[in-house]
Design a protein around this ligand. Structure first.
Ligand code: KG4
Ligand code: ZN
Length: 337
């Protein structure tokens, strides 16, 4: 079964062709980073326009890179939500147009579920049940997955997503967008003393995550420097901020694994590219008998291979969408419609 995946929920225009749900034949991602860099964050209006411009060429390239023809496709999968409505609609209309022209079924999928499902694209594929830490620019959550399609939310962020916190702190430090990779490499190269920012915990005893207090602590620390931060200041702040974020995520993931008795943990989403987070989870997991699974970086950040993979599972079960299908900008993980 040959399925084309289309992703346009935020600032990546992506298309990929996947055979039988696992075999990645092509994988094209056009990043809009340069469109939004000057603004330090994604500008929705500019994002939809850039998707409209690039969606055709990106789909065409994915099909030709896969060495196939449009008529070889058995189905189309497209991100239906969550995401920016104008951006989602560009992908959805492209999918509907192609499905109509080729007379094949199409299915709208949940972007968050696709991030989780990205773990099936590489060997070894962990078996359910498992625990999941999904950390991206738009979402941060911990969930228990008894089987694919069933997601028990354990914790989510009360304010910023982890990637969003990275991006905002980077902006505050005068670093480039997106901030995650920049802070990751600055912190990794620093061998001085990191600023000891505290790890936040919910006062009500909930397992939920919150990054706004940490962001404010960074802001006050920068203000307290009485002048522009030096390169050394920036590195010690970046390293301290990263230590706190990683500590919070590792604590939450290990609590989830021990409460649900999980011996497998998957780490997915853009922030899963973070080296310190991967190492800390692997290390802590080894001590606690939890095996960590992380996709390659190009499958952690937004991509269409994960869209095609989940779409294949749904289409092969006979689940498809109809022509009335609309975008679901706030579609929560686990909600069927
Ligand atoms: O999954 P993704 O591509 O898009 C969303 O669905 O949001 O994630 C993008 C986010 C950005 O906030 C970016 O700063 C963050 O992932 N990110 C990182 C790293 N690479 C990307 N955060 C921390 N460390 C990294 N190495
Ligand atoms: Zn994403």
């Amino acid at each position: 079964m040959l399925v084309l995946g289309i992703e346009s929920s935020c600032d990546e225009t992506a298309a990929a062709v996947v055979r039988d749900g696992q075999d990645l034949l092509s994988h094209v991602v056009w990043s809009q980073v340069e469109v939004h860099a000057a603004f330090g964050g994604v500008v929705p209006e500019l994002a939809s326009r850039a998707h409209a411009e690039k969606i055709g060429p990106v789909i065409e390239k994915a099909i030709s890179d896969a060495g196939c023809k449009p008529k070889d496709l058995d189905g189309i999968a497209v991100t239906r939500g969550p995401g920016l409505v104008g951006s989602l609609l560009v992908g959805i209309h492209a999918a509907k147009g192609l499905a109509a022209g080729l007379n094949v079924p199409f299915v709208g999928v949940n972007h968050l579920e696709c991030h989780l499902y990205s773990i099936v694209l590489e060997e070894p594929v962990p078996a359910c049940p498992m625990a999941a830490l999904l950390v991206s620019g738009g979402h941060s959550l911990l969930a228990h997955i008894p089987r694919w399609g069933e997601y028990e939310l354990y914790a989510e962020t009360r304010d910023d997503a982890a990637g969003e916190a990275y991006d905002k702190v980077a902006k505050l430090l005068g670093l480039s967008y997106p901030g995650g990779p920049v802070i990751d490499s600055l912190a990794g190269a620093f061998d001085g003393k990191p600023v000891p920012f505290p790890k936040a915990r919910m006062k009500d005893g909930s397992s939920d995550l919150s990054f706004s207090g940490l962001k404010t602590a960074v802001l006050y620390h920068v203000r307290g420097l009485n002048g522009d931060p030096t390169q050394e200041d920036i590195q010690s702040i970046a390293a301290g901020f990263q230590n706190a974020v990683v500590g919070m995520l590792v604590d939450g993931a290990m609590d989830l694994c021990s409460e649900r008795g999980c011996s497998r943990l998957i780490l997915v989403g853009g922030v899963a590219c973070n080296k310190a987070l991967r190492e800390a989870l692997r290390e802590e997991g080894r001590e606690k008998g939890v095996e960590l699974f992380v996709p390659s970086p190009s499958l952690c950040t937004d991509n269409a291979a994960m869209i095609a993979a989940l779409g294949t599972m749904l289409l092969s079960r006979g689940e498809s969408s109809d022509w009335e299908m609309d975008a679901e900008p706030n579609w929560a993980l686990g909600d069927r419609e």
